[in-house]
Design a protein around this ligand. Structure first.
Ligand code: GAR
Length: 209
């Protein structure tokens, strides 16, 4: 079985998409074995518990604001469940090499823009405010640079005349839910690998699945 850990901070709608689509996916034998949340009381915790998934809360504040100490605790917890893949699905805190070096090329991040455009916070609002005609969704390898690692999957999302933030958010989230499930499924099938000739590129074999 392919073992997935999911890191979350808030609503957890992408976690829900994984719960609904990866557990019940006949193409892969995969399970979410742990959810780690960076915020007490987040809706994502309820979603994980309702699905019967072991859930842990690790806040930065509880580690004195020290990211490396916080990540040390995250790694300690992850080691208890030996994940094959760690998915940051709305994890809104910068991670350090303490986590990234423990799982090389095995920590992935979801971001609501076509990176490298609009990294950081409030990316959907940034794209709308900038007047962009297109934004999108990126699933990428997590690196120390925020939203900086090589993409695994990207998909554009149009910004239409008259879009409000709420309307655009809904369109982007719909794509996120589908793209994240696809990326995790491809990982579980062993179809995501670094290009040995160009290390900045990920080779994704989408044929025949
Ligand atoms: C998602 O839009 C995700 O892409 C974004 O947080 C949201 C979480 O939603 N992540 C980032 O902006 C990371 N830089 P959710 O809690 O409903 O899944």
């Amino acid at each position: 079985m392919f073992r997935i850990a999911v890191m979350v901070s808030g609503n957890g709608s992408n976690l829900q998409a994984l719960i609904d689509n990866v557990h019940a996916n006949d193409k892969v034998d995969a399970q979410i074995v742990m959810v780690i949340c960076s915020k007490e009381g987040a809706r994502a915790i309820e979603r994980a518990e309702a699905a019967g998934i072991r859930t842990e809360v690790v806040t930065l504040e509880s580690r004195g604001g020290d990211r490396e100490r916080r990540d040390g605790e995250v790694v300690r917890l992850l080691r208890l469940v030996a994940p094959d893949l760690v998915v940051m699905a709305g994890w809104m805190s910068i991670v350090t090499p303490v986590l990234l070096d423990a799982y090389p090329d095995r920590v992935i991040n979801l971001h609501p823009s076509l990176l490298p455009a609009f990294p950081g916070m409030d990316s959907i609002a940034q794209a709308l405010d900038w007047g962009a005609k297109v934004t999108g969704v990126t699933v990428h390898i997590a690196e120390e640079a925020v939203d900086g690692g090589p993409p695994i999957l990207q998909e554009p999302v149009p910004i239409l005349p008259g879009d409000t933030l709420e309307v655009l958010e809904e369109r982007v989230h719909g794509v996120e839910h589908r793209l994240l499930v696809r990326a995790v499924t491809l990982y579980a099938q062993g179809k995501v690998n670094r290009d040995p000739a160009r290390l900045r590129r990920m080779i994704v074999d989408e044929g025949g699945s």
